[in-house]
Design a protein around this ligand. Structure first.
Ligand code: ADP
Ligand code: MG
Length: 312
């Protein structure tokens, strides 16, 4: 578990603190996304967890222990860190990059080689094809996959990701968010992700923390942030289309009801309500067949409308 207690940091010469009295709990095994306008203090907050930045007030606790009491080098070996684009060592091949922390920890060659292959498999890169490549022989998306593999190689409980997919084209980014999110949930890592991409925040966060000028404006589940923005700033940040964003977070199976679908177009129970709505509108049907369960089920336009405006 990660806890920020009254954490502040002002950089020399700055008018106001970059981070200004933050209190935040991040439960073990969950993903917390820090989001907000450029310069609001997201990266500074993140970097205080692995002591790349020191607070000048308050404490950051990792499993109950003040990180200020832990040797920074030791601390960082136990925390995975993924940066935008530039994170990999350019003159080392993929295997050497992934092996960085296991080597520092003194693992045997054989154990490292096994682990490198396991990690490359995990992030969807064929070890035989990619082990020997250098970072400049990879696409942006592949580089970020290697970055994630490297960060996870020594099996840290905590992972810090600073705009991890910022340098990746939109199509690859969608897939990466999906796949990496799935990996992190499965491995039950405690994760902090910094982003300014609201879709990424909604897709990857168990909780989303919206910051402004060094302070937390709202910390909530994605659904609550969209359904009940705390103020106008949050409302404008999450966007005019927040009803649609909420629909993107829910699946057809959740609001399907028993009924005879007739010859209505079909969706699976996992289809997002946003995609289901698009299909309803484009097909002109007033309901859809929800396939995949034993009993026939339908999804109606009215049910989608209720889901979009449901209070939480
Ligand atoms: P974000 O990640 O939300 O864009 P940062 O945490 O990087 O914001 O920065 C918050 C503020 O602190 C900004 O005004 C930035 O210019 C300043 N800042 C960040 N790092 C440093 C530093 N090492 N030295 C001086 N000022 C910094
Ligand atoms: Mg930043």
């Amino acid at each position: 578990m990660i806890r920020f207690e009254g954490v502040s940091r002002r950089f020399a010469g700055a008018e106001r603190p970059a981070v200004d009295g933050i209190d935040l709990d991040i439960a073990a095994g969950t993903t917390c996304v820090l989001i907000g306008p450029s310069g609001c203090g997201k990266s500074t907050t993140l970097r205080m967890v692995n002591r790349l930045v020191e607070p000048d007030a308050g404490r950051v606790l990792l499993d109950g222990r003040d990180v200020a009491e832990v040797d920074p080098v030791r601390l960082r070996r136990g925390i995975g860190y993924v940066l935008q684009g530039i994170g990999l060592f350019p003159h080392r091949n993929v295997a050497e990059n992934v092996a960085t922390v296991p080597r520092l920890l003194g693992w045997t060659r054989a154990r490292i080689a096994d682990r490198v292959d396991e990690m490359l498999d995990l992030v969807g890169l064929d070890p035989d094809a990619y082990r020997q490549r250098r970072p400049d022989e990879l696409s942006g998306g592949q580089r970020q996959r290697v970055g994630v593999a490297r960060a996870l190689a020594a099996d840290p409980d905590v992972l810090l990701m600073d705009e991890p997919f910022g340098a990746v084209d939109p199509v690859a980014r969608d897939r990466l968010q999906e796949e990496v999110g799935e990996i992190l949930r499965r491995l039950k890592k405690t994760v902090i992700i910094v982003t300014h991409d609201i879709d990424e925040a909604m897709r990857m966060g168990d909780r989303v923390v919206l910051m402004r000028e060094g302070r937390i404006v709202q910390a909530d589940t994605p659904d609550r942030l969209l359904a009940a923005p705390a103020d106008r700033f949050v409302e404008s940040f999450v966007g005019e289309d927040r009803a649609l964003r909420r629909l993107a977070l829910s699946q057809a199976g959740a609001i399907a009801v028993p009924g005879d679908p007739g010859d209505a177009p079909g969706v699976t129970a996992e289809t997002s309500l946003k995609d289901a709505l698009a299909l309803l509108l484009s097909s002109g049907a007033d309901h859809l067949a929800v396939t995949g369960s034993d009993a026939p089920a339908i999804l109606t336009l009215a049910a989608i409308r209720d889901a979009a405006s449901r209070r939480v």
